[in-house]
Ligand binder design. Structure first.
Ligand code: ZN
Ligand code: ZN
Length: 375
């Protein structure tokens, strides 16, 4: 499925400023928000699409790359992973830390134990060469992600101060709401269920407990990985409320097509041209394999399209390393031009075969002479 243009998704012109983008995103998010459209998977998809568009267009570096190179320009750059809804809600704190979202989402943001939350997962697209996919490769990814603040060790409280018990819920993290006959317990909106509030904010993180930091991560891509594979690197997403609750990093791997090789499951297909004389008389030829050159014996009288199998010369299976085969399809190359000597020999050969061949074609100069003679 072709990916939609981010400007089109948010319905803004390409020249739109950051404020216009924020406004447009807020509108789209309100329309498609899952709380407003329960069970509507199309709305959910549009909501995620709008989030992704907003993340790219609101960050100058990503927007510039997108403007210049489109979706491909974002390869190798980490974005939040919107695949699971949990992580969307967890990601809000970081992406929408400027508060444009606070009022929309309220307390639906946090799940699990009060005050605990998992860090957002990140997603990155990596492109590797065909031959790299055969032997495995390491890629370094530079990304910005939320990390626990060193200054306050993630508490958000100014060093030397302690958070105070929340006065709204008395420290329980929940309050009772009454609607007519019913009363229900909901997460306290003052402390977001933590049971405590920060009295003096940490100046390094503004009380969030987390800060954006640049990180370089080395991702090991195993041999035999298939094009389009999503790899999960556990714990390399953003920091959560505690070190065990880090998000994950998802790497979408794209394998660039190769000039000669094509992968089918774990087999590698390739076409090799040979001269028709080699096919007719037999020959030993050199063929490319993913390990380098190999010799291939072509028996006398091999037909066009014949497939040879090099056992065990295919791709390794990404799970068990067992290699597939290489399949080599012969393509007989018919010469487009012949020297006079070659043509003479072939005509002589043809008479032995008793096949009818076309008489020698006249060249354009001879044709022109003939035509002039008729005038
Ligand atoms: Zn801090
Ligand atoms: Zn509270």
């Amino acid at each position: 499925m072709p990916r939609r243009d981010y400007y089109e998704i948010l319905d803004v012109p390409r020249t739109a400023g950051l404020d216009d983008i924020k406004r447009a995103f807020r509108k789209a998010a309100l329309n498609h928000h899952p709380d407003k459209n329960p069970g509507d998977s199309a709305a959910e998809a549009r909501f995620k699409e709008a989030l992704e568009a907003y993340e790219v267009l609101s960050e100058p570096e990503k927007r510039e790359r997108y403007d210049r190179f489109g979706h491909d320009g974002l390869r190798g750059m980490a974005t939040h992973d919107y695949g699971s809804f949990d992580s969307i809600f967890d990601a809000f704190g970081d992406i929408f830390g400027d508060g444009i979202f606070g009022s929309i989402f309220g307390s639906s943001r946090r799940q699990g134990r009060p005050g605990q939350f998992r860090g957002a997962s990140l997603r990155v697209t990596l492109e590797i060469d065909f031959l790299e996919s055969a032997v495995g490769v390491e890629r370094k990814i530079a990304l910005k992600r939320a990390e626990s603040c060193d200054e306050c060790i993630g508490t958000g409280a100014k060093p030397g101060t302690r958070p105070a018990t929340c006065s709204a819920c008395g420290g329980g993290g929940e309050i009772v709401q009454t609607h007519g006959f019913f009363s229900m317990r909901v997460t306290c909106h003052v402390c977001e269920g933590r049971g405590e509030v920060i009295t003096a904010r940490c100046s390094a993180c503004g009380g969030a407990g987390r800060v954006q930091k640049k990180r370089e991560i080395t991702v090991k891509i195993p041999p035999g990985i298939q094009d389009g594979t999503r790899m999960r690197v556990a714990g390399e997403g953003e920091a959560g409320s505690d070190p065990r609750l880090r998000g994950d990093l998802y790497c979408d791997i794209f394998v660039k097509p190769h000039e000669f090789f094509e992968r089918h499951n774990n087999d590698v297909l390739c076409e090799v041209p040979v001269a028709f004389t080699q096919a007719a008389l037999g020959a030993e030829i050199e063929v490319p394999t993913i390990d380098g050159k190999a010799k291939l014996e072509i028996p006398k009288g091999t037909e066009d399209g014949h497939v040879f199998t090099l056992k065990g010369a295919g791709m390794p299976d990404v799970h068990n390393g067992r290699r597939g085969n290489q399949l080599i399809r012969l393509v007989i190359d018919v010469p487009r031009t012949l020297t006079n000597k070659q043509e003479e020999l072939l005509r002589e050969y043809a008479t032995t075969e008793k096949t009818s061949v076309r008489p020698r074609k006249k060249g354009i100069i001879e044709k022109l002479k003939d035509y002039l003679g008729t005038l």
